[in-house]
Write a protein that binds this ligand. Structure first.
Ligand code: 5GP
Length: 205
């Protein structure tokens, strides 16, 4: 694995599907896997830390970065701007780490349009009812905000077939198992293992 370039994973899920918790746990369970930290123009929520949860920037700064072509992809989500730095992502992959982009459906499409090699995973809530219950349970969001998230969720779920893998987020442990097995299977593909396998095979001759 030593000097290989990292693999790029894209994870999308409707807001409230619990993807942040999932991806953080996933990264905690697998060595060599990291989350690519996005930039956003939205204000930090209580408990969020700049440089940890996101790189929080002003809308002006975000727009300047977008105009300078600094983003691999960016999107307007719920009226706020979110983007993935092309340079940050490239540095992660160059260092040999596998990186996960936790981005929305529009972002996933933009990455695909760039022709980058990715493994895209869609995390689905078990049903609309369950998502609605989770959204109401977790947040102090207004009724209007919850309705808006559900409307966007309906659109996003309709895009699941654009992804390589689908994981239903019912119980935490099996969902994590599903995500972990996708990462491990991608790492074990022949095209990626050939160098190491060849070295091992040579010790047999
Ligand atoms: P939140 O504000 O709840 O943290 O995120 C809202 C939405 O923005 C989520 O669907 C999340 O996946 C998406 N998002 C976060 N970072 C990025 C990014 O860099 N690019 C894109 N396209 N979407 C992002």
């Amino acid at each position: 694995m030593s000097n290989r370039r990292g693999l790029l994973f894209v994870v999308s899920a409707p807001s409230g599907a619990g993807k942040t918790t999932l991806v953080e746990r996933l990264v905690g369970q697998l060595t060599g896997l990291t989350i690519s930290r996005s930039y956003t123009s939205r204000a930090a929520r209580e408990g969020e830390i700049d440089g940890v949860d996101y790189n929080f920037v002003t809308r002006e700064r975000f727009e300047a970065m977008a105009a300078d072509g600094e983003f691999l992809e960016w999107a307007d989500v719920f009226g706020n701007l979110y983007g993935t730095s092309a340079l940050d992502t490239d540095r992660l992959l160059e260092s040999g780490l596998d990186a996960v982009l936790v981005i929305d459906v529009q972002g996933a499409r933009a990455v695909r349009r760039r022709g980058m090699e990715t493994t895209a995973i869609f995390v689905m809530p078990p049903s609309m009812e369950v998502l609605e219950r989770r959204l109401r349970g977790r947040s102090k969001d207004s009724e209007a905000a919850i309705k808006e998230r559900l409307r966007v969720a309906r659109q996003e779920v309709a895009s699941y077939a654009e992804y390589d893998f689908v994981v239903v987020n019912d119980e935490l442990t099996p969902t994590l198992d599903g995500l972990r097995s996708i990462i491990l299977a991608e790492r074990a593909r022949l095209v990626r293992m050939r160098g190491e396998a060849e070295k091992i095979a040579r010790t047999f001759v």
